[in-house]
Ligand binder design. Structure first.
Ligand SMILES: Cc1cc2nc3c(=O)[nH]c(=O)nc-3n(C[C@H](O)[C@H](O)[C@H](O)COP(=O)(O)O)c2cc1C
Length: 215
């Protein structure tokens, strides 16, 4: 049995509120600030502490550090991202995205993935239908722990056209379900503010559409 960390590591002893309130999508990574294995162990340990249905713990993480594999994956990610846009909007790769489009920033990630210092792929074993809801709590723990260390991340998905090649690239067996990928790196620039709905607008009290006391 491997050693399981029971006490929280001192590196994560930063106020939880600070990490939650400043976490945001980071898509530009500083190529001169690598992430070391000890930091990755911390964030993956944090992921392993998350809840899962029946405590079955179906989440599996594949950490990609090898530059040539990140480059190969980056090319697949670019293809996948534009395949989603082709499905939805009929856009070709490199389409001139309008300045006010929500896809403008995401398109940046399609270009930047290849430069990420680390990419984490989140999978699950077992029943795929129920697994997703037990994978995203660990993913959120991972991203918050990364934020606590000053490391940026963004959650993103792929497209069916590339999945076979992704499985092949990393030797992932059939029957293992892919859920999302999370590039990690120190941000080029700061974390910046987020724009979120007020909780009073997303919370109902005892009855649908009834305002909470702070609404
Ligand atoms: C399910 C999911 C899918 C996402 N897919 C993408 C994506 O394909 N590309 C991307 O750049 N960001 C993606 N994101 C990140 C969101 O765009 C980001 O969290 C959101 O816009 C808030 O950005 P902010 O944290 O900078 O405010 C995804 C996030 C989630 C939760």
């Amino acid at each position: 049995m491997d050693m399981i960390r029971l006490d929280p590591p001192p590196e994560l002893a930063v106020p939880l509120g600070d990490t939650m309130y400043t976490q945001r999508a980071i898509r530009r990574f500083d190529p001169d600030r690598p992430i070391d294995d000890a930091q990755l162990e911390l964030v993956l340990d944090a992921a392993s502490k998350a809840p899962s249905g029946g405590n079955v713990q179906p989440a599996r993480f594949l950490v990609v550090r090898d530059r040539s594999k990140i480059e190969a994956f980056g090319a697949l990610y670019y293809e996948a991202w534009w395949a989603k846009r082709a499905d939805e909007l009929g856009w070709e790769p490199g389409h001139d995205i309008p300045a006010d489009s929500p896809y403008r920033m995401a398109a940046l990630l399609a270009d930047e993935m290849v430069h990420a210092p680390v990419v984490v792929l989140a999978f699950s074993t077992g029943n795929a239908r129920v697994a997703a809801s037990s994978v995203f709590p660990p993913v959120q723990n991972l991203m918050l722990a990364a934020r606590a260390l000053g490391i940026g991340s963004v959650l993103t998905t792929l497209h069916p056209t590339v999945m076979e090649r992704v499985h092949e690239l990393f030797g992932v067996p059939d029957g293992v379900g892919f859920h999302c990928c999370i590039p990690l790196g120190y941000p080029r620039g700061g974390f910046g503010p987020t724009r979120r709905f007020a909780s009073a607008d997303t919370t109902f009290w005892d009855r649908w559409e009834a305002r909470p006391p702070w609404g």
